[in-house]
Design a protein around this ligand. Structure first.
Ligand code: HEC
Ligand code: HEC
Length: 189
């Protein structure tokens, strides 16, 4: 699988560097569709939904990935080939698409109860807003892929994803089981 991604990324990076000048935003976005999905449904559960995600948040992630403040073996290489104007245009383009319903199951009542207890003590909705819909540079979480949220929250906890100090400190204060409950509950909203 890794080998496949590496080859794919190399291809993507090459196509960006050769065509950067002539490509329209639709052509650039078509490259993203290879993983984030033709119609907004990512091709694998560990890839986040970006259709309908908040514009400010999308831009900041691309910027952080290019700077190296956020690292990912796949996205870092892709972001490296983007200029600021591309990132701004791609963030706007994807934020204006409709959010995709991944049809994830709602959490059972015990899991939902555990998640809600943590969420109220951690004030998750204080920042991510009512219904976890996000705004501006705060990401929407409602209906985001469970596997992706679990992975990224685990990486905040382990210090692998450090581009937001608040999320790192906050999630470190909860258990693995709490984080799994949160991912399941929020994914099913
Ligand atoms: C080869 C597959 C692949 C391609 C092509 C790809 N992405 Fe990604 N993208 C990923 C993966 C995997 C992640 C999750 C990274 C992580 O776990 O930290 C991701 C994460 C992201 C994120 C962070 C989302 C979040 O919720 O934090 C943004 C923004 C993003 N990609 C935008 C893009 C854009 C724009 C393009 C096209 C220029 C693109 N991606 C092309 C695989 C890909
Ligand atoms: C003080 C405000 C604040 C609070 C409280 C907060 N968050 Fe966040 N959260 C953020 C910000 C800002 C980001 C974006 C970080 C970045 O730019 O990388 C984020 C990112 C995330 C992400 C990554 C989303 C993605 O697409 O990669 C997840 C998942 C998340 N938060 C879950 C939670 C949960 C669950 C709680 C409660 C336990 C919570 N957050 C509480 C501000 C907050």
């Amino acid at each position: 699988m890794r080998v496949f991604w590496a080859a794919f990324v190399a291809l993507v990076v090459i196509s960006f560097s050769h065509l950067a000048v002539a490509q329209s935003i639709e052509e650039k976005a078509a490259v993203c569709a290879g993983c984030h999905g033709e119609n907004g449904k990512p091709v694998s559960p560990e890839i986040p939904v970006i259709w309908g995600q908040k514009e400010g948040y999308l831009y900041l992630q691309l910027r952080d990935l290019k700077r190296g403040d956020r690292k990912n073996e796949i996205m870092s290489g892709i972001a490296a080939g983007l200029e600021k104007e591309d990132m701004q245009a791609l963030a706007k383009y994807f934020s204006e698409k409709p959010w995709t319903n991944l049809q994830q199951k709602s959490a059972d009542s015990a899991t939902a109860g555990q998640a809600q207890k943590v969420a109220s003590s951690a004030q998750c909705e204080g920042c991510h807003l009512s219904g976890y819909l996000g705004d501006s540079t705060i990401p929407r979480l409602a209906g985001q892929s469970e596997a992706y949220m679990l992975k990224t929250m685990t990486e905040f906890r382990s210090g692998e994803r450090t581009n937001n100090a608040w999320m790192v400190t906050l999630l470190k204060s909860y258990t693995e089981s709490d984080v799994a409950a949160l991912a399941k509950y929020i994914a099913g909203l």
